[in-house]
Write a protein that binds this ligand. Structure first.
Ligand SMILES: [Zn+2]
Length: 228
């Protein structure tokens, strides 16, 4: 199988992270979660002494996207490392702005980096479609394990992590007022990328994100042309 770069789009709560995790469990992909990677950098020991990281912390905690130039830098570095190690890559939160995707006069955007590393025909874009009501509901119910960070399903009876039995916690990111900002950021800053990609000849696979994750996953595998 040729190595592929899979970009999963969808509003917060559409299941991007879950689908990316499912893909890496079966195929030789590395999941690059921009939010989680950025979060690990801004809360790393010593980060409170770095003005750039403090600025990104402020963005993160208020539901805004990271500064595009900073994101582009961290994402392209990680992408090159993953490609050189011979793995395919799945993004569940990149590129999130037009600048990150397409760059400008002085910066190469993520897409041209990916074309060079993987070839245009191996860049696959998936759009998970969910109603905004679903997006809001899923985010407001979302809890994660306070120890290992894995999601705890809303249907779980005792609200304990099925992996490490750790107790559930709510993420600051999923407070209702923060979710509203995140949805607006998606609509205004991320969604326009899909339109431009279409006009550049990228094929966008639209998939209904409303059903259970395993059902959505069947569609993802089928539309990506992967075999089990
Ligand atoms: Zn856990």
């Amino acid at each position: 199988m040729a190595n592929q770069a899979v970009i999963i789009y969808g509003p917060p709560g559409s299941g991007k992270g879950t689908q990316a995790e499912l893909l890496v469990r079966k195929f030789s992909f590395i999941h690059f979660d921009t939010g989680r990677y950025g979060e690990s950098l801004i809360y790393a020991p010593g980060a409170e002494k770095n003005t750039v990281l403090l600025r990104e912390r402020e963005n993160f905690e208020t539901g805004k996207l990271f500064t595009p130039s900073w994101t582009l830098r961290i994402v392209s570095q990680a992408t090159r490392r993953i490609a050189k190690a011979g793995f395919g890559i799945v993004y569940s939160g990149s590129p999130r702005t037009m600048f990150e995707a397409f760059g400008d006069k002085n910066n190469k955007g993520l897409l041209s980096i990916l074309i060079k590393l993987y070839g245009k025909k191996n860049i696959i874009v998936v759009e998970l479609k969910v109603k905004s009501q679903t997006s809001i509901e899923r985010n407001s119910k979302r809890v994660v394990c306070s120890v290992c960070g894995l999601p705890i399903l809303a249907s779980s009876k005792n609200k304990k992590c099925s992996f490490c039995a750790g107790p559930a916690r709510k993420r600051t990111l999923d407070k209702p007022e923060i979710i509203k900002v995140r949805l607006k950021e998606y609509r205004e800053r991320t969604y326009p990328i899909l339109k431009k990609m279409r006009s550049l000849g990228f094929r966008i696979r639209e998939i209904n994100g409303e059903p259970s994750p395993y059902k959505v996953y069947e569609q993802v595998v089928r539309r990506l042309g992967l075999r089990r």
